[in-house]
Design a protein around this ligand. Sequence first.
Ligand SMILES: *Cc1c(COP(=O)(O)O)cnc(C)c1O
Length: 463
Amino acid sequence: MAAHTGAGNTDDMADGTAEGRPDGAARRDDAVRAAVERGLVSPAAPLVGLLDTVGIRASAAALRAAFDAVAAPGTAVLHAFAVKATPLVPVLRLLHREGIGMEVASPGELALARAAGVPPARTVLDSPAKTPSELREALALGIAVNADNPQELTRLDALVRSTSTRSPLGLRVNPQIGGGSIGALSTATATSKFGVALRDEGAREWVVRAYLDRPWLTRLHTHSGSQGMPLELMARGVAEVYGLAEEINGRAGHRRVDTLDIGGGLPVNFGSDAHTPTYGEYARLLAATVPGLFDGRYGLVTEFGRSLLAKHGTVLARVEYAKSAGGRAIAVTHAGVQVATRTVYAPRSWPLRVAAYDAGGRPRTGPDVVQDVAGPACFAGDLLAEGRSMPSLGQGDHAAVLDTGAYYFAHHYGYNSLARPGVYGFGPDGAGGVRFAVVRTAQTPDEIVAESGGAHVEALTWR
Ligand SMILES: *Cc1c(COP(=O)(O)O)cnc(C)c1O
């Protein structure tokens, strides 16, 4: 069992299910007020991202505690954060300091993990399209690699023959257990592009042979969860992979597969401040569905992304104008498609809560008004919320877009050449106040010009 330290049970803390106002909401209110008072958000800087360091720490602790509680003592467990969820170096560094490794899926993500000081032994490389040089670099560094398909396994064959490496090597399989409610995020459908499709004709036998023929192939990987996926289906995917490992090891006559990488994909509750489902629930469901997973025979790797960070991020935007059209109130803010791309393009799949704060950064009270919360981009659909009933947002007020710590402001979309906002982490200052730290500075117009071919201004004018 993991020891709980500090303010009570970490699982419950991260759950935010305490009586009354959840801790995360209280910390957010304090941070919004302080950000306004100190000018982090202002008429000149009308958009920022905020990250709750206390919440991030609590979620990391809850994840570790959840698996410690069900795994046999001494089981090697690496929780590798899916860097794509929040690719910001200080965030990776914080998670590393909290005992979390990294899952990377591109040369850029690997560079971020290395810049954060994460050692190769705590890094895992997955991706469906690794180049030969990426594979070579990973093996030279000793980073764990999960091959996606037979062609990639052939590349690994050649590399393993020609170099010596400490990299643990595995193969990704798709248990084809079916998708969740969001098609674009469902990784375990019959025709998903990821991994070796286990139920296809002859595939299972091919996979078993691939392991029997390769003494260095010691890991088995799947990532079947995602937003919109029921936990029971995720656990069934893990059970399929566990069964395959048992079959391989039975036929090999020894423990050929020694580590199971069960992926990430715990869904996040975007409807309230409650952290549900919890890591504890998922770990207990896994233990009940796949008891052998935790009996100490297998090392484990997890790859959670969204569930570690989503609830700890807030987009804070000034309301530039408040207007009305056709009887509909519209708050025109600085947060739109550039920081909430998925929500703007697929609002039904990705609804976000918007909290209203006044010009001084205090929670807005007052009667609910049906209104649109709009972004700054020049297309009609750039809306964060449509017909939302909430306290009326006036000019100079602030709209806070909640649960945006993963896949939102860290994933800037350059529509209208809108600048990447600054990102600040916040936490207690030790004297009852809020301390801020710069995570990323705001992009400047000069940087936008430089990134948009500014150095090649005459490049196309030849004749
Ligand atoms: C995206 C991804 C994850 C993380 O998924 P979340 O839904 O953010 O937890 C983990 N593993 C792989 C292979 C991924 O592609």
